[in-house]
Design a protein around this ligand. Structure first.
Ligand code: IMP
Length: 417
């Protein structure tokens, strides 16, 4: 019998506050593994007054006893990864990069930005980091895997041939082919730093599971940004849901243990696309201000609104969530009334599921009495009665227990039930 891996996934449109929970759980796990996404993700952690920005390196890097695996489901920008690594001392023996992860190169970011410009007001609002083009190349079978970085001359030749073949497309995007010798030097530089970390992480996953290590799988983005189960095409290009943990690391569904879904007590989204419970008024502004809702990766103001219980039920089911960790409850402190989207109206009919086109859905709200203060509360019984009633109503609506409730950014300000 091998051990089962704990999994953390986002249940909304990303930015649910996974960082605080992953950081907390990384302290008690031997391995922390990323399975999807790239450096579009991001969270900042402050330890002993020093600020660390994590985009792709798993959060286990902050626990000296934990090891970190970047799985095959990830797209990795060597340039940005190396910059991120510079925040840390020697990672030898603590960092393992899948030879099957795909390489994201600067031209992917240029293509991403060019496509967004060409889409005009239909733009997705991507992070501009090249995530879509890198995954696009992977699926179109013209991408490059990290294992190829071990032979820079061969990879250079392949990339030059790719540019030659796609010249008309790149010309239309006003994108020049790379300079061959500069590209070779660039790839050689990446190999020099990253080469020793590249390995078969699938075998490693199996080995550490057989050794009964404690393993944490760290999701990125959120369920509503999933390529299949999110608000396509306004999504990211990876499988962000729990199924992605299997394909993105080479493990099987029976290897998954407890699934903790992370959700904010309200809702936010960055970029374009449907968001039925968005609040365009003063209360939305207040959520943004109180919740410091500005992107970690791009600095963009986040769109803010109310907890969407319909989308949450969808997310709970897609991911097989065992418990929800409810984040940023304190951001709702001081609101006279707190709203929850309990159903949608589509073409005059009330529905209680996520429809094909969420753009068509109008939210139906239920209001709850607000409360003065939950900030810093560490015990469920010490919460104001109205806050307890709000949480219990959410549990009832989504059919899952809120096992963890966070009442401030501080690690200790967490209710464990
Ligand atoms: P991309 O992942 O850069 O292609 O962006 C696609 C969509 O996902 C855009 O709406 C982004 O704002 C959103 N997105 C990507 N990464 C994150 C994240 O870590 N948090 C929140 N939204 C994200």
């Amino acid at each position: 019998m091998s051990t089962k891996a704990d999994l953390i996934v986002g249940l909304q449109w990303g930015d649910e506050g996974k960082g605080k929970i992953v950081d907390h759980m990384a302290q008690t796990h031997d391995y922390v593994c990323r399975f999807a996404g790239g450096h579009n993700a991001g969270h900042t952690i402050v330890i002993n007054g020093k600020k660390y920005a994590l985009h792709l390196i798993p959060s286990g890097v902050l626990n000296p006893n934990a090891k970190n695996i970047v799985g095959n489901g990830v797209v990795l920008s060597p340039k940005d990864f190396i910059i991120e690594m510079e925040q840390f001392d020697n990672l030898d023996g603590r960092l393992f990069l899948s030879d099957k992860a795909h390489v994201l190169l600067p031209y992917h970011a240029l293509i991403d930005q060019a496509r967004e410009r060409m889409k005009g007001d239909k733009a997705i609002g991507t992070t501009g980091k090249g995530i879509g083009p890198a995954y696009g190349d992977k699926i179109a079978r013209v991408g490059h895997r990290l294992g190829e970085l071990l032979n820079p001359p061969k990879l250079t030749a392949k990339i030059m041939a790719f540019f030659e073949m796609n010249k008309p497309i790149f010309d239309a995007m006003k994108l020049d082919a790379p300079n061959e010798s500069a590209l070779l030097a660039e790839l050689q530089g990446y190999k020099d730093v990253l080469g020793k970390y590249i390995c078969d992480t699938t075998q490693l996953m199996w080995k550490i599971m057989d050794e009964d290590k404690k393993i944490l799988l760290e999701g990125a983005q959120g369920t509503m940004l999933d390529i299949d189960h999110g608000t396509y095409p306004y999504v990211t290009s990876s499988t962000t849901v729990s199924a992605g943990a299997c394909s993105g690391l080479g493990i099987n569904p029976k290897d998954l243990g407890k699934v903790t879904g992370i959700a904010k007590a309200y809702c936010t989204r960055v970029g374009n696309g449907p968001f039925p419970s968005e609040d365009f008024g003063a209360e939305g502004d207040l959520l943004r201000k109180n919740g410091h809702e500005f992107g970690t990766t791009t600095g963009r103001p986040r769109r803010c609104g109310w907890f969407d219980a319909v989308a949450m039920r969808h997310a709970v089911r897609v991911n097989g969530v065992d418990q929800v960790s409810l984040m940023k409850l304190d951001v709702l402190d001081g609101f006279a009334e707190v709203k929850v989207c309990v159903a949608y109206e589509v073409e005059g009919k009330e529905i209680n599921y996520v429809p094909y086109d969420l753009e068509e859905a109008t939210p139906i709200y239920k209001s709850f009495a607000g409360w003065d203060k939950t900030e810093g509360v560490r015990d469920f019984d010490a919460l104001p009665d109205t806050a307890k009633a709000y949480i219990e109503a959410l549990e009832e609506m989504i059919g899952t227990k809120m096992g963890i409730i966070s009442t401030s950014p501080e690690r200790e300000d967490t209710i464990i039930r």
